[in-house]
Design a protein around this ligand. Sequence first.
Ligand code: PLP
Length: 421
Amino acid sequence: MHFLPDLATAPDTLASGVRSQFPVLAQRIHGAALAYLDNAATTQVPLPVLAAMRNFEVHDRANIHRGVHALSQRATDAFEQARSALKRFVGAGAGHELVFTSGTTEALNLVAHGLSAAAAGSAFLQPGDEIIVSGLEHHANLVPWQQAVRRSGAALRVLLPDAQGRLHPEDLVRLLTPRTRVFALTACANATGERPPFEALLALAAQAGALTVLDAAQAMAHAVPNLSALACDFMAFSGHKMHGPMGTGALVGRLAALERLAPLRYGGDMVDWVSYTDAGFAALPSRLEGGTPHVAGAVGMAAAAAFIDAVGRSGIDAHVAALRAHAAAGLAAIDDITVLSPWAAESAIVSFVARGVHPHDIGTLLDEQGIAVRTGHHCAQPLLDHLGLGPTTRASFALYNTHDEVERLVAGVARALEVLQ
Ligand code: PLP
């Protein structure tokens, strides 16, 4: 039986075309075909990305920037070409720069720390200043700001969502003051799937004179923001959420904004000169990239961006949106299930709660059927507390997922509820 006949028979042409590039998907879990629906946590890596990383490690591996020998120059070229490719991928222009990090978490820490710590001169954030963070954020875009407030004496304000988890521009207008120095926001809430009107919110904050920070962790595998079209000073993302390697990521932003950041890591490769008592720092991006970076990881991230472009961004966006709509409608049709942000058409995440049933039990029963979802607070405890929800079950989609997998998810949840209620 199909839960939504029109959506259940929607074409999976895109998914079937790319699935062979992801060997990890072709396995059975507890006797059933794996349905990997945990892409908001980590996406899978296609063969061309693995090949690019292997090629670097087999042929070009050497430390970068410091060597005159051929291998070091090839490694440096590979690293800098990866930087340029990723800048193009996110629409960065001549006034932007990209700094490699270990992920979104490090990128956001670099911003929050960099604005509240003094490197040369005084810190950007001063006592009495205000930072506004949206109430939809992953802990990675909240906890670093809590620490920045402690370091600087600035105050933290939260742009709370309404009871349905939506952010409203008029609420931001009420919070903005002449002392607002920073506004930080997600492009998609990982716990609920809510896609806030980030373009308008960032523009309002920028007009008020604040530096703007976009956590784009959930917007790199599909619906990729175009940085040049946004009033955005800093944008953070992770390689492993865009079919690239784990432990990689980037902070991309306006040069003038990046110039304001005190480095997070001091040491080699980020200095211009050093004496026993002092040091002068290198120009961007090196100044913010102290130590040996994950060069193969940068190569892998660029290969992942190339893979996404080769498959086609608009096709991926349409496919993922159709999977999400199918899942949201199918789950909402089950008694006692509430789907969060059912209207979030551009999201790849469907998060839901079931009356009287713990998400962990649903997740365990789904796993027994080979269906991988995530359960819990999704590192966004304040948001779920604010919505009065507690933990949720979350399915999240990527280009290789199929409508058949969505049908299995919906049937699996219905069966789980029969067993558990
Ligand atoms: N921000 C959002 C919205 C996320 O979903 C995540 C991870 O789930 C992060 C930040 C942290 O990303 P990472 O663990 O790759 O640093």
